[in-house]
Write a protein that binds this ligand. Structure first.
Ligand SMILES: [Zn+2]
Length: 61
């Protein structure tokens, strides 16, 4: 069972900092869906989503 992290409303400063990091390419990737079959690539991929800006990417690991 994963440890539950208490909900914390980020301050405006934190949000701005997060966006800056995302713009610089430092996204906070978290696994969104494990081992989906990507038809375009013909492979199993892991879908990751940035918890700050919501951008997604797929990886082959
Ligand atoms: Zn991001």
């Amino acid at each position: 069972m994963a440890k539950v992290v208490a909900f914390r409303r980020p301050s405006l400063k934190d949000k701005a900092r997060g966006r800056t990091l995302c713009k610089s390419g430092f996204h906070k990737w978290q696994i969104d869906q494990k081992k989906q079959f990507d038809v375009q690539q013909g492979k199993l991929v892991t879908i990751r989503r940035c918890s700050r800006c919501g951008e997604t990417r797929t990886t082959l690991d």
